[in-house]
Design a binder for this molecule. Sequence first.
Ligand code: HEC
Ligand code: HEC
Length: 350
Amino acid sequence: MWIKCSIFLVLFLVLVVDNAWCQDDLKNKSQSLFKPIPDSPPQLENNPITLEKIELGKMLYFEPRLSASNLISCNTCHNLGTGGVDLQETSIGHGWQKGPRNAPTVLNAVFNDAQFWDGRAKDLKEQAKGPIQATVEMSNNPDRLVHTIKSMPEYVELFQKAFPNEKEKVTFENTVKAIEVFEATLITPDSRFDNYLNGDSNALNSKEKEGLQIFINKGCAACHNGINLGGSGYFPFGVVKNPGAEILPPGDKGRFEVTKTVSDEYVFKVPTLRNVELTMPYFHSGKVWILNEAVTVMGSSQLGISLNEREISLITAFLKTLTGKQPELEYPVLPPNTEKTPKPILNIIR
Ligand code: HEC
Ligand code: HEC
């Protein structure tokens, strides 16, 4: 009797300890592949973060008068109430024009090595110059924008406070600098996965841990890693198998447009998977609305494997643990127009 009991006890202990080791192993492996989102924004190059810039940058982020129509702000396409995206296949901009690509989230974008699907802007400051001037987005120009801001004394004062040491205060450059600083504060720490990486083994349930294990073992983490589980590195969409023209329209050659190198055809920046539960539709084409389906496509296009139903649902369960604490903001009150403020340009383009 005693012997039998002891054998069971030993077996039981081996199982428990072994399981604990496996769990530790998964946590250690995860900690080496991924990093938690810090509680405060990172430093920016040549653009120190100050409270004055955050406040001004926030107003400019929500300011529709940065657009020619007075209708479109950064928040129109990167809505901070909906995960920093517009929930459109591809964005709608000036004159109701449909742009060519899906809007990626601004949340945690500060941790990306480069911006845009093709990485053509090196940081958030360079990035912000794009949409303001793009004819399919805000369709404005730097001179008109500076003229608009200078027409409102409250803004002039806020620029003076935010850029006390610069000779010219209200400039296009300072506008995008303030926006960059505000965007750097748009980070989403405290997701359950962050808590797990920070040491809380119970932050994920057993299914989510299994999903994480599959995500690592099958090779997803080879491209989706680091703080953002993406945001660094470029890969062809269709490393192993072309996902098909419906999901990968042949007209958009991705990074090829930037580098003009043949090997960069259909190469795109690995997108972040942070808050991916909120940022549908997926891919640069925005053609896939369901996360399960995006995971299935990735398995075949990037890894050449066909994931089974169970693996797909476990990976998806894991991906949903990447939803962090969303920025809570008070909507800014913007200065009133003056007589000098340019009137909106409302040409409808078809
Ligand atoms: C009309 C919709 C629209 C407006 C307005 C808009 N964006 Fe975007 N944004 C997009 C689209 C679409 C992309 C992807 C374009 C591409 O990759 O070629 C993008 C890309 C970005 C990215 C890159 C994210 C990443 O992961 O690569 C950031 C950051 C961003 N926008 C911030 C802003 C800011 C700041 C403003 C305001 C100054 C703004 N956007 C205005 C649609 C818009
Ligand atoms: C070889 C690199 C690579 C591998 C491996 C990889 N991905 Fe991706 N992933 C990408 C690229 C590049 C994109 C962007 C494709 C596009 O839209 O052009 C992407 C896009 C995604 C998206 C859509 C995100 C969005 O916001 O649009 C999801 C979800 C995703 N991957 C999950 C996974 C999962 C799960 C795995 C493993 C089964 C995986 N990926 C394996 C490179 C990779």
